[in-house]
Design a protein around this ligand. Structure first.
Ligand SMILES: Nc1nc2c(ncn2[C@@H]2O[C@H](COP(=O)(O)OP(=O)(O)OP(=O)(O)O)[C@@H](O)[C@H]2O)c(=O)[nH]1
Ligand SMILES: [Mg+2]
Length: 254
């Protein structure tokens, strides 16, 4: 609980036996975190058993893919404040407090791993990934009138329950471009969004997405195509959101 709000952390997991137990335990060790939910994505290495033993609630997602697993994890969350993170030990559990510091002021908070001073030795964040994430985030910011965005691939994010309930039905990506889809929908629905720098460390276990230059490059292209395509899709601001108020103010002014 944090100031009367229940808090849960959800994470997708695909063959993360090496890091799952320590990752779950680190989040569970925070007194504010009420529940950790792991969406096991057909792991063959005992990830689900290890997650359960470490105290997580495990849900299964059989459709293979980062997006499918994240959406299953988010669907299972019933807390007031919902974090999404990763099960490979790359993020620091204590950074939950950085998000919570903004939780009363914002509906959706995105982490960014592109601040050099927060990137630890051994983290998979070389020049290509850092500037690539930054450039695609700037495209998203510009085309969708977002707040300052510098990392389109950071998978540590925070949602208030009403925002998550509104965003979830719009999520369609089953693969690795889910992160920018969540960002586009949150911004376009008019939720109060902000981005904050968080620590990014080395991963436990083997990388499945951005460990290879080719995979990361192709993923970047898919993200760009999606961000551009969404520019032409109508996504009305949710009534009562900051975006709808902004629009109403300009309508009154006109
Ligand atoms: N790639 C992939 N990841 C999945 C899948 N299902 C769940 N995941 C989880 O999604 C997260 C993202 O995959 P990672 O391999 O960490 O990819 P990444 O974060 O881009 O790269 P790293 O720098 O190695 O961490 C991990 O926690 C996976 O366990 C899946 O089908 N494919
Ligand atoms: Mg990772």
């Amino acid at each position: 609980m944090y100031k009367g709000k229940s808090v849960c952390v959800v994470m997708p997991a695909y063959n993360e036996a090496e890091g799952i137990a320590s990752t779950v335990s680190a989040f569970r060790a925070l007194p504010e975190v009420d529940e950790v939910i792991v969406a096991d994505n057909n792991s063959k290495d005992g990830t689900a058993v290890l997650a359960r033993a470490a105290g997580a609630r495990v849900v299964s997602e059989t459709r293979q893919g980062y997006g499918f697993a994240c959406r299953a994890a988010l669907q299972a969350a019933a807390c007031d404040y919902v974090f999404i993170s990763e099960s490979d030990g790359t993020f620091h559990a204590a950074d939950v407090y950085k998000f919570l510091a903004y939780a009363e002021e914002f509906d959706v908070i995105f982490g960014t791993r592109t601040s050099k001073s927060c990137v630890w030795d051994g983290a998979n964040m070389g020049h290509f990934l850092r500037y690539g994430n930054w450039a695609v985030a700037k495209l998203l910011e510009y085309l969708h009138n977002g707040p300052c965005l510098t990392d389109v691939g950071c998978t540590f994010k925070f949602f208030t329950r009403p925002a998550l309930q509104s965003i979830l039905p719009h999520l369609t990506v089953g693969g690795s471009s889910l992160s920018p889809q969540m960002m586009v929908i949150a911004v376009r629905q008019g939720f109060r969004c902000v981005e904050i720098p968080i620590n990014y460390g080395s991963r436990q276990g083997t990388s499945k997405i951005t460990g290879s230059f080719r995979k990361a490059f192709l993923l970047g292209l898919r993200m760009i195509a999606m961000i551009i395509a969404y520019r032409f899709k109508p996504i009305p601001a949710v009534p009562g959101s900051e975006g709808s108020r902004r629009r109403r103010r300009s309508a009154v002014a006109a």
